[in-house]
Ligand binder design. Structure first.
Ligand code: SF4
Length: 377
């Protein structure tokens, strides 16, 4: 016997909302999902009329749903924003080349301009070449550090006012857990911020801060959005994976655990004597850094010298300048702080959806077809 939607009491329910447990029809789910993101944008004053916003686009489910929602809400509520898709091509054969084809289709589907920037043109290296040199360990450190800077450089080139990324509530809760487990107080303090980078770099916002990953998957699925769902060929079995598995276990017992962890992160106060990084600019490339040389420059230096472990704390340093040696021991640069949420190894400590790993890991862990949340479709 069909169950009626708890909201409209007219249509048959199609799903049970992972976030609220509400049994709901598709149309009411769309409305609730979109209204919640709209409320987040308005409550946190993420944008102002006339601003140009770059949407970090990978072709994965989070950034595809983000592009769709930003376009929909901008039109519906007259935000007055100029939206641009910004993609980073890391140079990963069999992964990014395919996902970028999805972004190109999204560009047409959403009628938005698209800018693609590659590691090759920015750094002279593709991730394929980097992995050839360094192997599959620490590859995500390079990728995450370079991507963060690449997005900033792309956004500056486009003269945008802000960047939005598809970080969702699960990503942020995972990051809180990781920072607690690592005792990384500096990052713990800022990892739940809905907007970062207001003190120098182009601000980055997360309109999906309170949006559950499972609901993003469901929204993409029911709306039949065109997204890419293959895992990066260089995705490791990283530390973040353990935090994610733990979070999923918690969620299965108590769905509010995700929002509760974010709330805890928001409410933490850090003792005044905890040393926080001071933001400046890199003396070599001029981009944001809390050290004299930014992490991207150190990593690049290592690659170009044939010393790829420079900057990941594992080099003797006999051929390095003392300055760089000192830098590689510190490893506290902000540019390493926000990168790949699918990987999350060293250098990927806040997690990001800046156009990284398209999210197969979440599609596989939140598979729609066998979801207990689907009722009738
Ligand atoms: Fe880059 Fe993510 Fe692939 Fe790692 S898993 S190489 S961070 S795209």
């Amino acid at each position: 016997m069909p169950v009626l939607c708890a909201v409209c009491s007219t249509n048959n329910a199609a799903l049970k909302r992972p976030k609220t447990g509400q049994v709901i029809c598709k149309e009411c789910f769309y409305a609730a999902f979109e209204d919640e993101v709209h409320r987040t944008i308005v409550t946190h004053q993420l944008f102002s009329p006339g601003e140009t916003i770059a949407i970090g686009a990978s072709g994965g489910k989070d950034s595809t749903v983000l592009a769709h929602i930003m376009k929909t809400l901008n039109d519906r509520h007259s935000y007055g924003l100029n939206l641009i898709l910004l993609s980073i091509d890391e140079g990963i054969t069999g992964y990014r080349d395919d996902s970028l084809e999805t972004v190109k289709r999204n560009q047409v589907q959403y009628d938005l301009p698209l800018k693609v920037l590659s590691y090759k043109e920015l750094y002279g290296w593709t991730m394929d070449a980097i992995v050839q040199q360094i192997g599959m360990k620490n590859n995500c450190t390079f990728c995450g550090v370079f991507r963060r800077q690449a997005l900033d450089r792309g956004a500056m080139g486009l003269k945008v006012d802000k960047i939005v990324t598809g970080h969702n509530a699960d990503d942020i809760a995972e990051t809180v857990l990781m920072n607690i487990l690592r005792g990384d107080i500096a990052r713990l303090r800022r990892c739940t911020a809905i907007t970062t980078g207001t003190e120098g770099a182009i601000p980055r916002s997360k309109p999906f801060k309170y949006t559950y990953e499972k609901e993003i998957v469901m929204y993409a699925y029911f709306k039949k959005l065109d997204y890419f769902s293959t895992e990066c060929v260089y995705s490791p079995n990283a530390y973040r994976g353990h935090a994610r598995a733990y979070l999923k276990d918690l969620e299965s017992i108590r769905p509010s655990a995700i929002i509760d962890i974010i709330h805890s992160g928001d409410s933490l106060s850090v003792k005044s004597d905890v040393k926080m990084p001071i933001q400046g600019t890199c003396s070599r490339c001029g981009y944001i850094s809390s050290q004299e040389l930014c992490k991207a420059c150190i990593l690049l230096e290592g690659l170009n010298r044939g010393l790829p472990k420079l900057g990941i704390g594992k080099v003797s340093g006999s051929t390095l300048s003392s300055h760089i040696r000192k830098m590689e021991l510190k490893e506290t640069d902000d540019q390493s702080s926000e990168s790949c949420s699918c990987a999350g190894e060293e250098g990927n400590k806040e997690g990001n959806k800046d156009g990284c790993c398209s999210g197969e890991r979440t599609v596989s862990s939140v598979t729609v077809g066998d979801s207990k949340h689907l009722l009738d479709f």
